[in-house]
Ligand binder design. Structure first.
Ligand code: PAF
Length: 326
């Protein structure tokens, strides 16, 4: 073999072993969420995967598991804790059972609008909450968004808390939501999302509450007649990573994961807004009767006794810092 052929053979072998080493380290991450691939969570998962692949030179790619394929949100968060799920895109619904500091964000009528929620969650208050996750064996990469929740039911048009009295409404497995619904005179029935469609269909519950994007994506117009645009609570979402993945990352890779999640969260928020703006017309076309003129003041008044309790539980200063945030 000539010197040149030997040099080429050596270079080829070195390149092959570098590729083999890179491939050995490359990882495909399981990303789980509860909604369809076309939903705001699906949009976020796709953007997260694209950004991550680009920012890690192809070392990390993702496989999406939409529509509860890895279980309900609580189960997926548990999976992230033990490393059977790599990434979860979830509402805060069940997260307060793991990281109680998130519960303050679930208080009804806390956030005035999307801009208010983003300013709080993207600022120091939101970051302090994200910083609590590692103590509970989870990494929160970014705040995303599920949207403002609206009440649907199969029984009657609801404009005031009095109209809602006695309705059996599925809530998320979230103590703050359950307490608030009781205060409205509603019978809250906590239930994991994967069970909800059948429960509505069979009349086990009369209704549920979710953002417009979810109501569309889950096809609830097939099993619910009435929707009231209550916008009673802002529903944040989170992009959560398993510490099993995080602990194996270099500092540059950690930065790539965090930045990819932030970009994905921005895409999620954009899709939530599009659905909120366009979705009501679609729900009407699908036959839902929409109550647009909800007496929100009456719902807020009904909540006043609970707000006093929340002030004690979460701290008046902290609550005021959120309420009065620009
Ligand atoms: O109602 C819920 O459980 C949540 O809003 C959902 C639909 C799973 C999205 O996070």
């Amino acid at each position: 073999m000539s010197f040149m052929s030997k040099a080429l053979a050596f270079a080829g072998a070195a390149a092959t072993s570098a590729l083999v080493a890179a491939a050995a380290q490359a990882a495909e991450l399981k990303v789980g969420y509860s909604l369809s691939e076309t939903s705001h969570y699906g949009v976020a998962a796709t953007v997260f995967g694209e950004e991550l692949e680009k920012r890690t030179g192809g070392k990390y790619t993702i496989e999406q598991y939409p529509a509860n394929a890895l279980g309900g949100e609580r189960e997926m968060v548990e999976g992230a804790q033990i490393g059977t799920v790599d990434v979860v895109i979830t509402s805060t619904g069940p997260v307060g059972n793991f990281v109680p500091e998130t519960l303050i964000t679930d208080i009804p009528f806390l956030f005035k609008n999307y801009e208010h929620a983003h300013a709080v969650l993207d600022g120091p208050i939101g970051q302090e909450i994200l910083d609590k996750f590692p103590e509970q064996g989870l990494i929160a990469l970014a705040w995303g968004e599920n949207g403002f929740r609206n009440l649907t039911n199969s029984k009657r048009a609801v404009k005031t808390p009095a109209d809602a009295e006695g309705l059996k409404i599925r809530t998320m497995e979230n103590p703050v939501h359950m307490e608030a619904f009781s205060e409205f005179g509603i019978l809250p029935t906590p239930m994991a999302f994967p069970e909800l469609f059948t429960a509505l269909q069979q009349g086990t519950v009369d209704g549920q509450e979710n953002p417009i994007g979810v109501i569309l994506s889950a096809k609830f117009s097939e099993v619910q007649k009435h929707i009231s645009l209550t916008n009673h609570v802002y529903s944040p979402a989170l992009i959560i990573l398993s510490p099993v993945v995080w602990d194996g990352l270099s500092d540059d890779e950690k930065a790539a994961f965090t930045e990819s999640a932030r970009i994905a969260a921005a895409a999620m928020r954009k899709k939530v807004r599009e659905d909120a703006d366009n979705g009501v017309a679609i729900l009407k076309e699908q036959g839902m009767e929409v109550v647009e003129e909800v007496d929100r003041a009456a719902f807020e008044t009904a909540l006043e006794p609970l707000m006093a309790k929340y002030s004690e539980r979460f701290g008046k200063d902290r609550l005021d810092a959120i309420i009065n945030h620009d």
